[in-house]
Write a protein that binds this ligand. Sequence first.
Ligand code: ADP
Length: 344
Amino acid sequence: MNRSSSLFEEKKKNVVKVERFVSGEAGPIEEQGTFEQTLRPSSFDDYPGQVFVKENLKTYVQAARARQRCLDHVILHGPPGLGKTTLAHIIANELAVPFHQTSGPAIDKPGDLAGILAGIEANSLLFIDEIHRLNIQVEEVLYSAMEDFCIDIVIGQGPTARTVRMPLQPFTLVGATTRLSSLSRPFLSRFGIQEKLDYYDDESICLILNRSARVLGIQLSQEGALELACRSRGTPRIANRLLRRVWDFAQVAGKSQVERAIVEFALRRLDIDRYGLDRTDREILRTISEKYGGGPVGIETLAATLGEEKSTVEEVYEPYLVHRGFIRRGPRGRSLTDLGAASF
Ligand code: ADP
């Protein structure tokens, strides 16, 4: 989907993306596709991190190949930018099957889904990104497609309407979501394989950065990589984005290598601190500290004070702050930890 039609879809669904440099969501550059495609590993062995997820998927893929059967349907969930789309590509590569990609908001009506499913080859992998944003009518059509490889299509209207069963080629559905809890139970139960991706440790991000640097022809020192990794919020998409920007600073400064000092300089200019926090993150920490005595403060109150939607604070800003231990989530609201209190 091109950028303008994807923006149109966003508006139509009334979803506003927050554009931040340290967001794991794909920004304008990544949405153009080429940059991410260049950096996308194509095999499990070339994909650092997510060790358990990777080993499990490897096993399921191997078993499906040995049995010459379609892989069971897979749901991959976790924050944006951690490699769900990349894993879907890798699964298709390792199964040696065709790959088809769409997204929840792009499938408007059951007819759209029927068109996609009718057009795919036997054993294909169909990847649906943001699968939690499928509408319920489409979701219900998927049930029989996933279970019995057929769909029921209603032809005509009113009393003359009749249902025709359309057989499909067997396929594997791989769904990706950042919000597993938004999927209904009946839908979720149809995915035989469910894997959660977590934020990466600094060591794995270093491996990813070294690989990206190799692909892009950037000289990256070990210390430079480590410094970048610490500030990448455990997210490969952010790591790759920072690497490109720091490379710009290095180039303009006449450096042939991206080393620690230039990383520190560039990230100061981008206003990203040593933990990978940006101005908004620091404002959240400061607000809890200064306006609410360190908390606990309810999420609605906090969001209202920040002038943000509750869901934006919950889904965009908070997860990394909680993951890294800056904020604690409790029954009475959010509180600063000692680390959080020392970080703004
Ligand atoms: P998601 O679908 O979870 O939002 P993507 O799969 O689109 O994330 O990954 C975002 C970017 O990060 C891509 O350029 C991808 O190549 C890179 N990436 C993600 N995970 C890894 C990994 N484990 N190793 C190397 N690159 C990765």
